[in-house]
Design a protein around this ligand. Structure first.
Ligand code: GDP
Ligand code: IMO
Ligand code: MG
Length: 422
């Protein structure tokens, strides 16, 4: 069986959690392959709301297995809080939540370093979620990191102390910031004991056996393609590969095992944190989108920057990930527009271009827009394609033509049930 992939095509928060939860019953295993607690995936069903950061979004579907893959970075504290919420909701996970031994651990001092570095950057700060993501991936590629499997080693504590000391030396390079290390460490070790109670697996063997056994697997992306470390708006990116390629390294599967690639885009666009956003709206329309779409970060609560959909950007990320199906979310947020806009090309140095420039941060470019008729009617909760107004269908068809990928789902609200499947 192939491994299908679901990932965000913009700057994150496209609605991945909701769509994974919807698709989960079609699969046997949901696997996270990168990112960590910087992610916030929202699921709403039966009048309840959950925000997952580390746990895959298949956890609420009984009997489904969920894997936290080797490409993920885990903060035991965040994970432990997530488990508390699952316990409170009487969700059984003990025998169906698996953690790859090769996943790296976020230490309290990784968070301290993240904060100290961001603070020192001043104006040029990335707008990190301050969850320790960058420093943890740095230790991974710098060959200093600690992994979940190390928890089983007898000298785990010594290794922890050595890495902590290294971090404390590094922190000394930056201006002082407030951080109660003793308190954070106590919480961390308590959470580590909790993590130890989960089932650790050699993720690469686990997943390849599942493939051989004919299990259906969905890889759940975190962040968005424009935050990819190689192809995103560098340096305003996260520290992992968020595109399909990341599934191979983040789970340990070969490229030919990849099946369908489901790409998610909002009907408009958002970004949270710093960095370029070519179609950003700094006016009352942007403000309106933020209000109407409740665009506040699921992890940090920060207001998200809002703007129009960017087809140049989407064609780029569709190309990078080999997207075979599109899901368009939050169309209901555009309910009250008489006209909506889509950036279809860029003006770069006097020339019209369909490609993103090398450096969105410093180069001169401008988005060129096409105006599209809005539907100006309430879509909230529409579940049948036939119930979508013609103008909305036209917009979906326009996206299909311009992006050359079929739209298989249209999301019309935050609830699990609010979805049109085509
Ligand atoms: P993720 O990080 O990609 O999983 O997305 P987030 O959960 O961070 O942000 C998406 C937000 O939009 C959440 O608050 C969802 O509940 C909400 N949402 C998802 N799909 C829709 C939709 O179709 N319409 C509306 N109005 N809200 C949606
Ligand atoms: P989900 O999975 C939106 C952004 C941060 C910051 C940059 C780097 O919910 O879509 P980091 O903490 O990784 O060092 O931050 O990336 N960012 C996200 N933005 N959704 C996310 O995840 C994000 N994860 C990180 O705001 O600009
Ligand atoms: Mg999110």
């Amino acid at each position: 069986m192939a491994v299908d992939v679901l990932l965000g095509l913009q700057w994150g928060d496209e609605g991945k959690g909701k769509i994974v939860d919807v698709l989960a019953p079609r699969y046997d295993i949901i696997a996270r392959f990168q990112g960590g607690p910087n992610a916030g995936h929202t699921l709403i069903f039966d009048g309840k709301k959950f925000v997952l950061h580390t746990v895959p979004s298949g956890i609420f579907r009984a009997s489904l297995h969920n894997l936290i893959g080797n490409g993920v970075v885990i903060d035991p504290i965040t994970l432990s809080k997530e488990l508390d919420e699952l316990d409170a909701a009487s969700i059984e996970y003990a025998d169906r939540l698996f953690v790859a031994r090769k996943a790296h651990l976020i230490l309290p001092t990784h968070r301290l370093l993240d904060a100290a570095r961001e603070n020192a950057k001043g104006e040029r700060k990335i707008g990190s979620t301050l969850k320790g993501i960058g420093p943890t991936y740095m230790d991974k590629t710098g060959r200093n990191g600690m992994r979940v499997g190390d928890l089983e080693a007898p000298d785990f504590r010594q290794r922890y102390e050595r890495l902590k000391e290294k971090h404390l030396q590094l922190v000394g390079l930056y201006p002082y910031i407030e951080f109660d290390l003793a308190k954070e460490e106590a919480a961390w070790f308590k959470a580590v004991d909790r993590l130890r109670q989960l089932v650790f697996v050699n993720g690469e063997f686990y997943i390849n056996k599942a493939i051989r056994d004919g299990k259906k697997i969905l890889a759940e992306g975190a962040q968005g393609s424009m935050l990819d470390i190689d192809f995103g708006t560098y340096p305003y990116v996260t520290s992992s590969n968020t595109i399909t390629a990341g599934v191979c390294t983040g789970l340990g599967i070969a490229p030919q095992r990849i099946g369908e690639v489901i790409g998610i885009t909002k009907a408009y666009c958002t970004r949270v944190g710093g960095g370029p956003f070519p179609t950003e709206l700094h006016d009352e329309t942007g403000e309106f989108l933020r209000k109407e779409g409740a665009e506040f970060g699921a992890t940090t609560g920060r207001p998200r920057r809002c703007g129009w959909i960017d087809l140049v950007q989407l064609r780029y990320t569709i190309m990078l990930s080999g997207v075979t199906q599109l899901v368009v979310t939050k169309v209901d947020v555009l309910n009250r527009f008489k006209t909506i806009k889509a950036a279809d090309a860029y003006q770069i140095g006097g020339e019209k271009s369909n490609e993103l420039p090398f450096d969105l941060v410093h180069e001169n470019y401008e988005a060129i827009y096409t105006e599209i008729e809005g539907w100006n009617s309430d879509l909230s909760g529409v579940k049948e394609e036939a119930a979508l107004p013609q103008a909305c269908l036209n917009y979906i068809q326009y996206l299909e033509e311009k992006l050359d990928v079929p739209v298989t789902m249209v999301s019309t609200g935050a609830d699990r049930e609010e979805l049109v499947t085509r």
